[in-house]
Write a protein that binds this ligand. Structure first.
Ligand code: RNT
Ligand code: ZN
Length: 420
């Protein structure tokens, strides 16, 4: 497609949308202000930079051994830069604590400091990315028996409390230096494989640990904490300490943002319908958008019905400023940089479709009880030429249009990742 064809298709799309009362330029302006947080861990299968051969634990698993994964900070940053080049708009990078720049030394989780993340902050500043952060409470000897913040041993609990407080300070520093609020996510793997008797005790321990963690007050302008629940993990099938009810209760009571990960509920349970409930009780929400296939398999996000529903719920609830969209998947079986680009583009397409909805008319039909009309207009909206609008947006931002980014990924593989 050349520029003229892209523009012609866009003009046609604009006309179609204006007929149903939708302002395309306005939708694009909004899309452009919507950052997506790119998780650093897709580039290296959640390995991090603490050890050379650190095993991934905590009930999560990256499957596949596609060649060329990033094994150094430089490689990982180069891969993210490449992905960002193929994504229109300004976005965020979500870093895990065990990706620190430790200069070849082993720095334990209860020793990390903002200085270990200064090179990330500098890189982000140079590239105009904003940063998000995560405590890392897995892949560590002190999480080996499956418990961290809920551990019966107060010494182990204190170790993790210390780690998370340090992470909150690092997140605060990231937000302060980058001039954009850093979302700090807390997810712990705690749970057990088999029938568990002392469910209440571990949850009471977790509650107590969180209370201690949040005793340290951070500046809300620089960072916000989020707490992420889960239903089960591999080897942690019978009991998860940090369940949805646990964190929803804790979050609502203490005004802490809740993270909804789309892979963390029962296989047919969806997060789209949870957004409008949580928004009534919490000022903001964090999303981990992923694609579970039969379990929390963290497949690459694609443009499926639930992704569109999530985007629609955000837009219909007028909550663009309140819902933080982050991605969370790690597919090691395909080109990892391609996985980033496809996932972000799919998420943007879902958001764009939602922004292009004839919402005024739909609201009107619904208020008037015209339910056939509502259904029919929703059906028509599905086949409106939103693809032409997305292509135009890419072209406008100087980013490869349509499937031609496949060739860019192949080229980068040939020139860079295949040589690792
Ligand atoms: C695990 C959670 C968590 C992790 C990252 C690496 O099931 O989804 O968010 O994916 O912290
Ligand atoms: Zn997650």
């Amino acid at each position: 497609m050349n520029k003229q064809q892209i523009n012609q298709a866009f003009e046609y799309a604009k006309m179609c949308y204006s007929e149903i009362g939708v302002d395309v330029e306005n939708a694009l302006e909004q899309l452009d202000k919507l950052p997506i947080s790119l998780h650093c861990w897709q580039a290296d299968d959640v390995t991090g930079f603490e050890h050379k051969e650190g095993a991934l634990t905590g009930g999560i698993q990256a499957t596949g051994n596609y060649p060329g994964k990033a094994t150094t900070i430089e490689q990982l940053r180069a891969d993210i830069d490449k992905a960002m080049e193929l994504i229109p708009g300004d976005h965020r990078v979500n870093i895990h604590a065990f990706y620190g720049d430790f200069g070849g030394k082993y720095v334990d989780r209860n020793e990390i400091e903002p200085e270990h993340f200064q090179s990330w902050i500098d890189w982000a500043k140079e590239k105009n990315y904003k940063l998000d952060f995560n405590a890392t409470c897995f892949s560590h000897p002190k999480s080996a028996d499956g418990l961290t913040l809920s551990h019966p041993d107060p010494e182990i609990r204190n170790f993790w409390i210390d780690h998370v407080i340090r992470c909150r300070k690092i997140a605060e520093e990231m937000g302060r230096q980058s001039g954009s609020k850093c979302m700090h996510n807390i997810w712990i793997p705690d749970g057990s494989k088999d029938v568990t008797v002392k469910r209440l005790e571990y949850r009471a321990n977790l509650k107590d640990s969180l209370d201690k963690i949040f005793e340290y007050k951070t500046n809300d302008e620089y960072m916000l904490d989020c707490i992420e629940s889960k239903v089960f993990g591999i080897g942690v099938e019978s009991y998860t300490v940090g369940s949805h009810e646990f964190y929803m209760g804790y979050g609502v009571k203490n005004n802490i943002v809740v993270t909804l990960d789309s892979g963390h509920f029962h296989p047919t349970e969806i997060i789209s319908d949870k957004i409008s409930s949580l928004l009534l009780f919490l000022p903001e929400i964090m999303l981990h958008v992923t694609r579970g296939v039969r379990w929390d398999s963290d497949h690459v996000v694609i443009l499926n019905e639930e992704l569109v529903a999530v985007a629609q719920e955000i837009v219909r609830a007028n909550a663009i400023d309140k819902v933080h969209v982050g991605l969370d998947y790690f597919d090691a079986s395909i080109n990892r940089i391609g996985a980033y680009v496809s996932g972000v583009r799919a998420t943007q397409k879902a958001l764009l479709q939602a922004l292009l909805e004839p919402i005024a008319k739909l609201n009107e039909y619904e208020s008037e009880g015209k339910f056939f009309e509502r259904m029919a207009l929703l059906e028509e909206a599905k086949s409106m030429p939103w693809g032409a609008v997305y292509n135009y947006y890419c072209a406008q931002k100087g980013v490869t249009v349509g499937e031609s980014y496949i060739a860019d990924i192949q080229q980068y593989e040939k020139d860079v990742t295949s040589k690792r």
